[in-house]
Design a protein around this ligand. Structure first.
Ligand code: PMP
Length: 409
């Protein structure tokens, strides 16, 4: 018996598991790979996409957890409905001016993107995206067979005329857009452009997914209504005829780790999202939703004010450091909120190459090329997050970057 050659075993250990064609097309996110390097404490990292942890409402979450366990008992730890915790849906519906039935709770807006891909896309469908756009949206929608097409954008974000021309040429299934404090550019679409964009969308019967994780984090300038709000007003408050699906999240205002977010959509889409979510994870964690519901009335507004103030100061520190150093031929966005600033290097400078020297010198950022749907674009761009770095380190980090850029010119 023990003499038998272990051929079966040997064969098993060398033969790779056969993966699906979809899995074969997935690639590791460059951002995740970079984040690994930048977790070293000596690195001044503008590369992260994470909110500032020292602002998390730790004590409030602790108290809310106790209160929820006292109030709900075992029900707080039980399976619950796929649609979401009713008081949380009701609160979100009230806030948005839509019935609670049109609110689907999801585990992060990232899951919202995945589920929307499942219920809205057929293989080969064209999805219009800003150029650059949020990498995670490309990752979420690509497995459903999305083909991405870039909407012309300029310094003010999506060009409605460019979108109009694109839609006249090609049968675009939907537009994915982040109109407010966009990731990665920090840009915000003006009121006029929002209205014009909706005009174009109506003319072409275009569906829009509006992703708004940063919209509450305005630290200067004038608040803009979301595309969803404008479309709802145009539809006389009837969400069933609105062609903008809205994604929101508590990740950037409260905490990302509870993975609580929501989708606002017409009933027919919600019905399918419920079925898709049943297949994905049955429901978002009961306890987490109850904790969030406990925090929305009092803690959330306080927390938003706190985060806005801190991010506003950090953004101002980065803008001041950039203005002071003004590396020649470099320009950058001036965000009015959110977490990111977008920097464009002189033509011909490669941000990925620059990153290697920057990390050696103790500073990290995300090269911009990874945010473009088509390969080969944006080689001279980078995303800088200002939210997790103290102000003096922001100045030092920008100084290092400016030196490196100047040396390369
Ligand atoms: N959309 C955008 C534009 C984002 O920047 C992020 C997070 N970085 C997400 C969605 C995902 O957020 P969450 O899943 O935490 O809600």
């Amino acid at each position: 018996m023990h003499d038998r050659p272990a051929t079966g075993q040997a064969a098993m250990s060398t033969r790779p598991v056969r993966l699906s064609r979809i899995a074969e097309q997935m690639t590791a996110s460059t951002i995740r790979e970079i984040l690994k390097v930048t977790q070293r404490p000596d690195i001044i990292s503008f590369a992260g996409g994470l909110p500032a942890p020292e602002l998390f409402p730790l004590e409030e979450v602790r108290a809310a957890t106790g209160a929820v366990l006292d109030r709900y008992g075992p029900a707080a730890l039980q399976y619950s409905t796929t649609e979401g915790h009713p008081p949380l849906r009701a609160w979100l519906g009230d806030r948005a001016g839509v019935p609670a039935q049109n609110v689907q709770i999801v585990s992060g807006s990232q899951q919202g993107l995945d589920l929307l891909g499942r219920v809205l896309l057929d293989p080969g469908d064209l999805v219009a995206v800003e150029n650059p756009t949020y990498l995670g949206a490309l990752q979420a929608l690509r497995p459903y067979g999305a083909r991405f097409v870039a909407v012309p954008t300029d310094d003010d974000g999506i060009s409605p005329d460019g979108l109009d021309a694109l839609l006249a040429e090609q049968p675009v299934r939907l537009l994915y857009a982040i109109p407010t404090f966009q990731n990665p550019t920090g840009r915000t679409l003006s009121r006029e452009r929002r209205e014009a964009l909706l005009d174009v969308a109506e003319r072409h019967d275009l569906l829009i997914i509006e992703d708004g994780p940063y919209s509450d984090l305005r630290f200067r300038g004038q608040a803009q209504p979301s595309l969803f709000e404008l479309a709802l007003a145009r539809a006389g408050g009837d969400i069933e005829s609105v062609r903008v699906i809205s994604l929101g999240t508590f990740s950037k205002t409260l905490v990302p780790g509870l993975r609580d977010a929501w989708v606002l959509a017409p009933g027919a889409v919600i019905d399918k999202l419920v079925q898709a979510k049943q297949g994905a994870d049955l429901h978002s964690p009961t306890l987490n939703q109850m904790i969030i519901a406990e925090l929305v009335e009092e803690v959330l507004p306080r927390q938003i004010a706190r985060v806005r103030e801190a991010y506003g100061q950090r953004c101002a520190a980065m803008l001041a450091a950039l203005a002071e150093r003004s590396p020649a031929g470099v320009h950058w966005t001036r965000p009015e909120g959110g977490m990111f600033l977008w920097l464009t290097l002189p033509e011909g400078l490669d941000a990925e190459k620059l990153l290697i020297s920057a990390v050696e010198a103790g500073v990290a950022f995300v090269p911009g090329a990874s945010f473009f749907a088509a390969p080969g674009e944006g080689a001279n761009t980078m995303r800088l997050s200002y939210v997790t770095v103290p102000e003096d380190r922001i100045r030092a980090g920008v100084g290092v970057l400016a030196d490196l850029i100047d040396q390369r010119r």
